[in-house]
Ligand binder design. Structure first.
Ligand SMILES: *[C@@H]1O[C@H](CO)[C@@H](O)[C@H](O)[C@H]1NC(C)=O
Ligand SMILES: *[C@@H]1O[C@H](CO)[C@@H](O)[C@H](O)[C@H]1NC(C)=O
Ligand SMILES: *[C@@H]1O[C@H](CO)[C@@H](O)[C@H](O)[C@H]1NC(C)=O
Ligand SMILES: *[C@@H]1O[C@H](CO)[C@@H](O)[C@H](O)[C@H]1NC(C)=O
Ligand SMILES: *[C@@H]1O[C@H](CO)[C@@H](O)[C@H](O)[C@H]1NC(C)=O
Ligand SMILES: *[C@@H]1O[C@H](CO)[C@@H](O)[C@H](O)[C@H]1NC(C)=O
Ligand SMILES: *[C@@H]1O[C@H](CO)[C@@H](O)[C@H](O)[C@H]1NC(C)=O
Ligand SMILES: *[C@@H]1O[C@H](CO)[C@@H](O)[C@H](O)[C@H]1NC(C)=O
Length: 320
């Protein structure tokens, strides 16, 4: 009895001290989150690329958290690997964050702050890995090493809590589907079946590479708490079981989009757009040919808020 009470007491003391070896974050610990990524996460303008609020804006509301959004539309991990004329994590987002931390604009307590990294959409896509156009020497391996490097650099600058979001099934977006049509992101001739097959491989390989590289990095990051968030699994489940996620007034729609514009091949003629309005929109998984809808963003925000609040989450594995 006395022994058991002693054990209990020991556990209570350990729990109060929130030991550094504990896995994950404790409920109530996280007050702030800082985002790095692309248009899927960019909260710096409205309406965002998903036609409303981006997931971080919803998450900040759901969890009553302070949001510091460095993610920017069009971004890749590094423009040295896959060049696009937008602010990448390596060349702009991370430097801007560091500047603000060092010059006193941002003062974040590292144990109350979590850092989210969601990158890959543009690195893998058109005008980058998929088409090879301006990345002839870069492979999926370097691009995913870059994502892991971002986490490592944040750690070295003092960050301790992280959510690494893997790449969603881009092959399920309209842009990369085999039934795609010429759209605002690509209106040149292409083989949609070939693109779909290639993108499916890039995403699955990219996610596995990231996971393996992250596992290898873990032993070098003492006191870090890293959540691996399975965006791939969540969005695949939305696609397969829309009835569990979508609540609009139209039939479930995971293959079309709210803001659909069909272009003519190689032409500057005005596209033919079909736009869904009002409560019908919440039946859709995609906002346009590449971006998740508002309802998808809310679902994602709900799941990520749970992670930040220290709650159990079906799509999350705490690695440390
Ligand atoms: C960071 O600060 C350096 C030095 O002041 C400046 O040259 C650079 O442009 C800043 N970077 C960003 C992204 O604000
Ligand atoms: C701090 O750095 C950021 C990013 O470079 C810059 O925009 C801001 O003006 C700087 N603030 C001060 C007080 O130097
Ligand atoms: C977080 O850091 C602050 C200041 O360093 C400290 O007072 C607090 O106890 C820490 N919280 C946890 C959960 O470790
Ligand atoms: C797309 O791929 C699916 C699954 O392989 C196939 O059933 C479907 O017929 C294809 N559609 C087109 C337009 O090629
Ligand atoms: C399109 O790509 C698929 C898959 O790589 C291939 O089987 C098919 O022959 C290609 N079609 C054309 C017209 O090149
Ligand atoms: C999904 O939405 C698109 C675009 O509005 C439409 O063309 C398509 O018929 C819809 N599909 C279903 C199954 O309702
Ligand atoms: C939705 O609103 C847009 C812009 O007001 C309009 O062009 C479009 O026809 C509307 N869609 C439907 C299905 O009523
Ligand atoms: C669907 O559910 C979300 C919460 O996930 C809510 O914000 C939204 O208003 C709902 N949409 C409709 C059309 O009821």
């Amino acid at each position: 009895m006395a022994f058991l009470q002693g054990v209990k007491l020991a556990f209570t003391i350990l729990a109060l001290a929130t030991p550094s070896w504990a896995i994950g974050v404790a409920p109530g610990q996280i007050q702030n989150f800082v985002t790095f990524g692309d248009s899927y996460t960019d909260s710096s303008y409205y309406p965002s690329a998903d036609g409303g609020y981006s997931w971080p804006t919803w998450a900040a509301m759901y969890g009553d958290l302070d949001l510091y959004g460095f993610a920017r539309s069009g971004a890749t991990c590094s423009n040295l690997l896959t060049y696009r004329p937008f602010p990448p994590i390596m060349g702009w987002q991370f430097p801007a964050y560091l500047n603000e931390t060092r010059n006193g604009t941002l003062e974040l307590n590292s144990n109350e702050t979590i850092y989210t990294i969601w990158i890959g959409t543009n690195d893998l896509g058109v005008n980058a890995l998929l088409t090879g156009s301006d990345a002839p020497t870069t492979s999926i391996v370097q691009v995913r090493q870059c994502a892991v490097d971002v986490l490592n650099m944040l750690y070295e600058s003092g960050a301790r809590n992280f959510i690494m979001q893997n790449i969603l099934p881009l092959d399920l977006t309209i842009l990369y589907s085999n039934y795609s049509y010429p759209n605002t992101y690509w209106n040149l001739e292409r083989n949609t079946t070939g693109w779909n097959v290639h993108m499916t491989e890039l995403v699955r390989a990219g996610n596995e590479i990231t996971s393996l590289k992250l596992d290898a990095l873990l032993p070098t990051l003492p006191d870090a708490h890293i959540a691996s968030f399975d965006s791939y699994g969540l969005f695949t489940d939305m696609y397969n079981n829309p009835q569990n996620y979508f609540n609009g007034t139209a039939p479930y729609n995971v293959t079309g989009c709210i803001h659909s514009c069909v272009y003519s091949i190689d032409s500057t003629a005005a596209p033919a757009c079909t736009i869904t309005n009002g409560t019908d929109a919440d039946s859709f998984m995609w906002y346009d040919e590449l971006h998740p809808s508002q309802q998808s963003a809310r679902i994602l925000a709900r799941e990520l808020t749970a992670v930040m609040m220290g709650e159990d989450n079906q799509w999350t594995t705490w690695l440390s």
